[in-house]
Design a protein around this ligand. Structure first.
Ligand code: NAD
Length: 442
């Protein structure tokens, strides 16, 4: 059997093509425009490390689409990062922003480095140099970075400071989001992706597609990844009455039949560098975590963790994609056949960019909203987006049933049952309509 293709470009094109072919009245001439990135910036520069040696650093910033407004997207620091992966994540950002109706397009950036092997000084040098190289590209009304894997509030503070020093005399706070609160960060931004995932899951379950699980309370949950997103999510799900049975990080996972307390796990990880070894837990590999007996599985780490090799062994009834691109198309198909629902990344983890947008709004008018206001607005956006996707999903099912009865049982060509395709259809339609409304230039 041939190996499964894990090329981010191929996969994102497959997902796009599947959805685009089902969008009514999509102008064929627009398809390539919506599919391809607008610009790809590849940047290389030298940095001096603490030991006096010099290393060349490779970085990317990919802008996919700016039809709705400035492009928006996180910056990832990872040793295996490729321009293809960054491009596929820039596309996801476009669709996410369209789904939650915020006036941004999609972008993504990254630095090829292992932040765990670099000192704080080295990370600061790399970040400042990267920001300087990006000076003509990023800006409060053009392209706005945010945190992603292995970047955080501190990284965003350095980006803001560097940009601000190069562009004095202006309100530069909206150039980057995910900043520390006392530098213009929004209350609730750090928790936004995890909290947004919880709101999306809550709303999705309330639709009663899984009759025995119509709320988070009582669900047994396994979470892969215990960083910014995974740790908050564990906390949020616990508060809603779920039992977190398994958690992992890059070094492995832990399991407890009675449930893990996210605060205890976080404190242990802070002290020991990993969740592995927490007393009174069983140790799991990351592969085993994905196959744990649970109701909800949350990948909150890296791409393509759920793939052909393990999709048949997943026991959850619902997969909530907190991470970007965690499921391959082949796995999607297997999960669909097995009746396992997937809340796709562009919907499930859109809470991060939503509160980033709130931060940008607050920065533009130099205000700070109360945490309660931020969370209420976040919940409203997530619930509205889940409802819109669900409504289109029902329309697709009804349309398919009609088609089937009209064709006297002959096989329908347009079968759409998965929420990824439906969410993409909705987002593509919104961006395509806006492109035409603006008018093709010149
Ligand atoms: P993070 O750097 O804070 O944490 C990443 C976590 O994943 C760490 O616990 C790390 O140990 C773990 N990890 C790394 N490789 C792993 C592996 N192979 N198996 C298991 N665990 C592994 O990153 P984050 O901000 O929490 O982002 C996690 C995911 O969520 C990414 O896919 C990111 O693109 C996505 N996301 C993040 C945000 C955000 O606001 N931070 C928004 C939307 C989507």
């Amino acid at each position: 059997m041939e190996e499964e293709i894990l090329d981010p470009v191929v996969i994102s094109e497959q997902q796009f093509d599947k959805a685009a072919s089902r969008v009514a009245d999509l102008k064929t001439g627009l398809i390539d425009f919506l599919k391809r990135p607008n610009r790809i910036h590849i940047i290389n520069f030298p940095v001096e490390l603490d030991d006096g040696s010099v290393r060349t650093i490779h970085c990317f910033r990919v802008i996919h689409n700016r039809v709705f407004g400035p492009s928006k997207g996180g910056i990832r620091y990872h040793p295996d990062l490729t321009v293809e992966e960054v491009t596929s994540m820039a596309k996801l950002m476009t669709w996410k922003c369209a789904l939650v109706n915020i006036p941004f397009g999609g972008a993504k950036g990254g630095v090829v480095c292992d932040s765990r092997e670099l000192s704080l000084n080295e990370l600061r040098h790399i970040t400042r140099r990267f920001t300087t190289e990006l000076f003509d590209i990023i800006g409060p009304a053009t392209d706005i970075p945010a945190p992603d894997m292995y970047t955080n509030e501190q990284t965003m503070a350095w980006i803001f400071d560097t940009y601000d020093l190069l562009n004095t005399g202006k309100n530069n706070r909206p150039v980057v989001t995910g900043k520390p609160v006392n530098l213009g960060g929004s209350l609730g931004r750090r928790e936004a992706t995890g909290k947004g995932c919880m709101y999306a899951t809550q709303r999705f379950l309330s639709k009663a597609l899984i009759p025995e699980q119509q709320e988070i309370a009582g669900a047994r949950v396994a979470i892969q990844g215990f960083g910014n997103v995974g740790a908050v999510l564990a906390d949020e799900f616990c508060r809603q009455g779920a039992t977190i049975v398994a958690i992992s990080d890059s070094r492995g996972g832990i399991y407890s039949e009675q449930g893990l307390d996210p605060q205890t796990v976080a404190a242990f990880k802070k002290e020991h560098g990993s969740v592995v070894g927490l007393p009174d837990t069983l140790t799991l590999s990351n592969e085993e975590l994905l196959e744990v007996d649970c109701d909800i599985l949350v990948p909150a780490a890296t791409a393509y963790q759920i793939n052909r090799s393990n999709a048949t062994s997943i026991k959850a009834k619902l997969v909530v994609e907190a991470a970007n691109n965690p499921t391959t198309p082949e796995a999607d198909e297997i999960l669909l056949q097995r009746g396992i629902y997937v809340i796709p990344d562009i919907l499930a983890n859109a809470g991060g960019v939503t509160v980033s947008y709130f931060e940008w709004v607050q920065n533009n008018v130099n205000e700070q909203w109360e945490l309660e206001t931020v969370n209420q607005k976040l919940k409203h956006r997530m619930v509205t987006a889940v409802d819109a996707v669900f409504e289109l999903w029902q329309d697709c099912i009804l349309g398919e049933e009609r088609e089937l009865s009209e064709s006297n049982g002959a096989e329908s060509a347009g079968c759409v049952h998965d929420f990824r395709t439906v969410a993409l259809m909705l987002a593509i339609k919104r961006v395509a309509d806006a492109t035409l409304l603006r008018g093709i230039w010149p």
